[in-house]
Design a protein around this ligand. Structure first.
Ligand code: FEO
Length: 397
């Protein structure tokens, strides 16, 4: 059964609750949606398609929504296959449709499908427009949110922003469509943050550029390519994007990541967390080996202060912690003070190596001295751990 964003705008998106890993890397136990919309104006306009793996439901939706009308336009905001996997078949099924896309998207279409569609393409750039009848669309480029060919569409009559990957989230909708129909802040926000941090997180500056453009528009609905449509409380979610893309912490909290082979490093992490609690600072400990990397990255984007506690392993950093640090660097995490605990039974070395990685992050100062554990923390090290806790607490307040 189809749902409508407005009388003349039909949601054609599909839930995917069978795929285990989004982009073959991020677990999606709550599923994901691939969103697509059909405008029934004087012209009929399809906004994006869906991943190939949910093509049956999508083509049924498209057929039902379109009825006996011809398809006039297909607007391609993003060529990543989760949105373009069924695009070639849409164009084959509707040879009358013109394709509105950027030149970069057109090149990517040829790369993915080996087809030349240049005779059907209306290439658009910044400020390009399309009149659909009652609705007028203006296109704005959004390079690197999350690929270079991305553009957004703004519909000026109703204030609709078709936002591509921006403002998306993991999570299947199960028949709901609007963000105000789900307990978003309580149940969806962690996955929205995880989606942002891991997929778009590296591109804070491009996201900021889009937010600056969006601030000049009268936006009354946000229609992303994943997750619910926003028609209420838009400024709250835009505010989250502003915080995330500025690499600003959301919570005055410390997160302690522990990479622990036999549990002794984890024990030191928990002791530090206990001291932080005594100091009135909220903290969480994560076992880096047993928490998905995407959750760890999201937590690093959320919390104000980060502590990395790692065993030495193969004369390097314990592998799960090394993966985390490299991923934080890859996502260009900024503005986070950090502290270190290293462990090594005969040659502790992880602290020096962790410091090398963390020192390369922008505006990420080190707190206190690295606490070195030889196999297990000793009662004689309690004062040093307290000093570290104090430094972390001061930065987290
Ligand atoms: Fe949802 Fe970048 O694709």
């Amino acid at each position: 059964m189809l749902r409508r964003v407005a009388d003349d705008l039909i949601y054609l998106g599909v839930d995917d609750v069978k795929t285990d890993l989004f982009e073959s890397v991020y677990p999606i136990p709550r599923g994901v949606t691939y969103n697509s919309y059909l405008l029934l104006d004087e012209k009929t306009v399809l906004f994006d398609t869906v991943d190939e793996r949910e093509k049956e439901a999508f083509f049924a939706n498209l057929s039902e929504a379109l009825g006996d009308r011809a398809l006039d336009y297909v607007i391609v905001h993003h060529m990543e296959p989760d949105h373009s996997g069924t695009l070639a078949r849409v164009l084959a099924d509707h040879p009358e449709a013109r394709v509105v896309m950027t030149k970069k998207a057109q090149a990517m279409f040829s790369q993915f499908f080996g087809l030349d569609i240049s005779s059907r393409v209306t290439a658009v750039g910044e400020g390009g427009t399309l009149s659909c009848g009652r609705h007028q669309l203006t296109f704005t480029l959004a390079p690197m949110v999350h690929w270079p060919e991305v553009m957004l569409s703004y519909e000026s009559t109703e204030g609709w922003l078709f936002s591509a990957d921006a403002f998306g989230t993991f999570g299947a909708l199960d028949g709901r469509l609007f963000a105000d129909e789900v307990p978003f802040e309580e149940e969806w926000l962690p996955d929205a943050r995880r989606y942002y941090a891991n997929i778009v997180g590296k591109y804070g500056t491009p996201v900021q550029n889009v937010l600056k453009k969006a601030a000049k528009l009268d936006i009354r609905k946000i229609l992303p390519l994943h997750g619910p449509v926003w028609r209420e409380n838009l400024s709250w979610f835009i505010g989250k994007y502003d915080q995330w893309s500025r690499y600003q912490a959301e919570d005055n909290e410390a997160v302690i990541f522990a990479g622990s082979v036999y549990g002794h490093t984890l024990d030191a992490a928990v002791r530090l967390s206990t001291m932080l609690s005594d100091l009135g600072i909220s903290s969480r400990v994560y076992d880096a080996a047993r928490t998905d990397l995407s959750d760890l990255v999201a937590e690093a984007f959320r919390a104000k202060v980060l502590v990395f506690a790692s065993s030495t392993y193969n004369n390097g950093i314990f592998t799960p912690m090394e993966h985390l640090l490299m991923d934080l660097k890859a996502h260009d995490l900024q503005n986070r003070p950090w502290a270190l605990i290293e462990n090594g039974t005969w040659a502790p070395n992880s602290g020096k190596l962790m410091e090398e990685i963390l020192s390369s992050l922008k505006n990420c100062p080190k707190l206190g001295d690295t606490l070195t554990i030889k196999s297990a923390i000793k009662p004689s090290q309690e004062e040093a751990l307290k000093a570290l806790a104090q430094a972390v607490a001061s930065a987290a307040e």
